[in-house]
Design a protein around this ligand. Structure first.
Ligand code: HOZ
Length: 433
């Protein structure tokens, strides 16, 4: 039986939103167009659940797309924000918390000796590219199809996340000159990597060490090591984008799991604890080139904002070894259960601690081209069914689920029941690749 939800109030707010906000939303994926419905307007979050403006309650697997590793409105994170806010919300002058956060990140991540904070991952990536170009005296950047590093011109070609969701190969408005500086090759393709790094002077190779913007597509064995090797041989910097994986899959991010260290690391999401913050980290030598220590210019009025720093610090303090073991167990329980619930359907459930994707595909997905071949229609129907049954999944095949430390066994049990019913409600013959 098809499940639906009452969304009168959401629909009314959406009508107003369409008049004043492009597409009615401030970031495309949340519009839910890829799953054939209108956006759901949220009233509040409590732990692993959200409640919409119509009073519908959902177990939330978007969790703000990653920052909320402790779930919504965690009391310690709220207390830290409250205490910081009581002292003033922004100064445009340095505060001690920024130093503490930089020290904390340096203690957790190999390769991060210094940190520069920004307000968004896009800004941090923009700075990383500028810094790589300044450090190498070169301009070309190599990226992977299906990777998403924010919405800066130079990295929008064949990007994952919102571009993939909308099936856009690139965005109008990106000058040809910016696109000409970018080389895009398939993920997990050693021959393409060897070919692209031969005979070209690259400023940077940029990658998500655990790509999660085309769905979750892990690197094949040895691929990250090959990235490191090719960057070194070429003289390019290896820029690892851990906006999603950083502090989530392990204390030191995906780099710790893989044993491969980037020259520059981009961080976001968890580092801001649910408030707008991101960062760029690297060696003293490289980071020391940023103004005012060096000549590579970068700045931001709200960079290192005291509320975001307090939320980030509080989030990191709660992330001890036990937390990572628990997050891995929560994710595994969800992944196993989804495999079982969907065993009669052509799906692939891929997971890493705190991350998961259900690909509607008969075969494993190892690159963007394969992700694009998934049965997007069935994924969309399944998501609509989940929403009608009180589970909020990422409304796009090209995004990851974000199970958090707040998800209880009971909530996962409810999710799996809903998932099984949603699979059962799919039209006959829905198939993957
Ligand atoms: N680009 C984000 C997911 N990778 C979505 C951001 C949002 O819509 O909030």
């Amino acid at each position: 039986m098809t499940a639906s939800l009452t969304d009168t109030r959401s629909a009314e707010i959406y009508r107003r939103a369409l008049q004043r906000i492009p597409g009615g939303v401030n970031s495309p994926v949340r519009a839910m167009r890829a799953i054939g419905r209108d956006p759901i307007f949220i009233d509040r979050g409590e732990g692993a659940e959200i409640v919409d403006v119509d009073g519908n309650r959902y177990v939330d697997y978007v969790c703000s797309w990653g920052p909320l590793i402790h779930g919504h409105a965690h009391p310690e994170v709220l207390a830290a924000i409250g205490a910081a806010a009581a002292k003033g919300t922004s100064f445009g002058a340095p505060t001690p918390g920024e130093v503490q956060l930089a020290e904390e990140v340096a203690a957790r991540m190999d390769g991060v000796e210094m940190l520069r904070m920004t307000s968004s991952g896009t800004e941090a990536t923009m700075t990383a590219i500028r810094l790589a170009r300044a450090a190498t005296g070169r301009e070309l950047v190599l990226k992977f199809a299906g990777a998403y590093h924010g919405h800066l011109d130079v990295l929008l070609a064949e990007a994952g996340s919102g571009l993939a969701t909308q099936a856009l190969p690139a965005s109008p408005g990106v000058p040809r000159s910016a696109a000409a500086e970018t080389i895009v090759i398939p993920w997990n393709d050693p021959d393409a990597l060897l070919g692209a790094t031969e005979g070209r002077e690259l400023a940077a190779i940029i990658a998500e060490p655990l790509p999660a913007n085309m769905g979750l597509v892990a690197p094949s064995t040895g691929f990250l090591e090959l990235l490191r090797e090719r960057a070194d041989e070429n003289g390019a910097l290896l820029v690892l984008d851990e906006v999603i994986s950083g502090f989530r899959v392990a204390r030191g991010g995906a780099q710790e799991l893989a044993g491969v260290t980037g020259d520059l690391t981009i961080l976001g999401k968890v580092i801001g604890g649910g408030l707008p913050a991101a960062a760029l980290g690297g060696s003293v030598e490289l980071m020391g080139r940023l103004a005012p220590a060096g000549e590579v210019y970068q700045a931001g009025t709200l960079s290192g904002n005291p509320l975001a720093v307090a939320a980030g610090l509080a989030s990191l303090e709660l992330l001890d070894e036990e937390a990572y073991l628990r997050l891995a167990a929560i994710t595994e329980q969800l992944a196993e259960g989804l495999r079982e619930a969907g065993s009669a359907h052509p799906i692939q459930v891929v997971s890493a601690p705190g991350l998961l994707t259900v690909f509607f595909s008969e075969r494993p997905v190892s690159c963007f081209a394969e992700a694009r071949e998934c049965d997007l229609e069935s994924y969309a129907s399944w998501c609509r069914e989940l929403l009608g049954r009180g589970v909020y999944p990422p409304p796009s095949q090209f995004e990851a689920w974000f199970p958090s430390l707040a998800h209880t066994g009971e909530q996962i049990g409810r999710t799996l029941e809903a998932a099984a019913a949603a699979f059962a409600a799919l039209p006959e013959g829905s198939a993957g690749r």
